[in-house]
Design a protein around this ligand. Structure first.
Ligand code: ATP
Ligand code: MG
Length: 339
């Protein structure tokens, strides 16, 4: 069924997204999807079973629709190879997760740094947070996905997925396609070192949505004029010369980076335009106005997309996903003499 290769991405449901999330994760993914969807399947799924690990959110359903709208507003082109689906609507994910639980070991899950970080010092830790890398392996292996564009924080989980698939194939015969190694994933994504938009107030750090300081981050839902003010109040430095130097002048470099990305211009061009200038205020004015225009356009695209449009895409996507996933699940069940 899946004769074309599959690229798979799951973006956590976020009702709110920063400009950093957009420029560093969503936009590169949309570009990648647009580049490859003529000859590859592009599976864009909402990991809603992952979303319930630490909180039960009454807004989940609505937020999930909003997250998918972001892809369209960011320019995702829909064709017959692009599939939207919810993890919870494809029961094979949970089924395969259970079977892979019987292949994975406590030791290898215990080594996951994300689990270690999230459970450290806590008296009570849910099983969900411990086991979620196995569900992630199921998310990937059901579709023979080779490329899963994820951040560095997920590389260890990709390695685990590869290991579980190899172990399974070794014990039960060739069943799973082994996903590409993290270093090959990076090459495929062609995003270089990865983009890290900095915190506007504290540019040594990256911009994060969980930072409570409103001026540190630009949200996609910010009023465009408010976002412009945040740029105007961004922390810079006292060097007095515009240069692209993330180490010594992270604030200024961050502004140059943002200016390039929101205008879809090569960073080098923006650097050449501004290098050597002394007036930080002029640069801030320019970036503020670019960000304002960018948000105005983005928000007006977003408003044009209806919930119905998303639910229609989910209906088609979930039919496709169930078909593909069940074929793989049945093969796995057969290997385990469950069928
Ligand atoms: P949190 O503060 O809750 O960790 P976050 O803003 O770091 O939120 P995540 O949900 O952790 O966002 O990450 C979503 C995606 O956005 C990931 O692919 C991550 O690599 C990317 N991302 C996060 N922050 C930035 C940033 N400042 N610049 C570029 N990409 C980013
Ligand atoms: Mg984060």
């Amino acid at each position: 069924m899946t004769t074309s290769p599959t690229i798979l991405t799951g973006m956590r449901v976020n009702s709110e997204m920063t400009l950093g999330n957009f420029l560093g994760a969503l936009l590169p993914m949309v570009r990648l999807a647009n580049t490859h969807s003529s000859d590859s399947h592009v599976n864009i799924f909402v990991p809603d079973l992952h979303s319930i690990i630490d909180t039960v959110d009454g807004e989940l359903r609505q937020n999930l629709v909003k997250s998918l709208k972001y892809y369209l507003a960011a320019g995702l082109e829909i064709n017959q190879n692009v599939h939207f689906y919810r993890q919870s609507r494809v029961p094979a994910h949970s089924e395969l997760c259970w079977i892979l639980n019987c292949v994975a070991t406590m030791g290898e899950l215990n080594r996951m740094t994300q689990y270690k970080d999230k459970s450290e010092g806590k008296e009570s830790v849910g099983v969900g947070i411990f086991d979620y890398p196995v569900l992630m392996a199921a998310d990937i292996l059901l579709y023979d996905a080779v490329y899963i564009p994820v951040g560095e924080d997920q590389f260890q989980h990709i390695e685990l997925t590869r290991r579980l698939a190899e172990r399974f194939n070794h014990r039960f015969g060739e069943t799973f396609v082994i996903p590409a190694k993290p270093e090959d994933q990076i090459k495929f994504m062609q995003v270089g070192d990865g983009i890290r938009i900095r915190d506007l107030q504290n540019p040594e750090k990256k911009m994060s949505k969980s930072n409570h300081a409103e001026n540190s981050k630009i949200m996609l839902s910010d009023a465009p004029s408010v976002a412009a003010k945040k740029i105007m109040s961004a922390t810079t430095d006292s060097v007095g010369k515009i240069q692209y130097d993330m180490f010594n002048q992270p604030g200024i470099s961050n502004l140059l980076q943002i200016e390039a990305l929101v205008n879809n211009m090569p960073l080098q061009d923006v650097i050449s335009t501004w290098s050597g200038e002394a007036r930080y205020g002029d640069l801030k004015q320019k970036v503020a106005s670019s960000v304002q225009t960018f948000l105005e356009n983005f928000q007006s695209h977003l408003a044009e997309i209806s919930d119905e449009q998303i639910f229609d895409l989910l209906a088609t996507g979930e039919t496709y996903a169930n078909k593909v996933a069940n074929i793989k699940l049945h093969a796995v069940q057969t290997a385990f003499h469950l069928r």
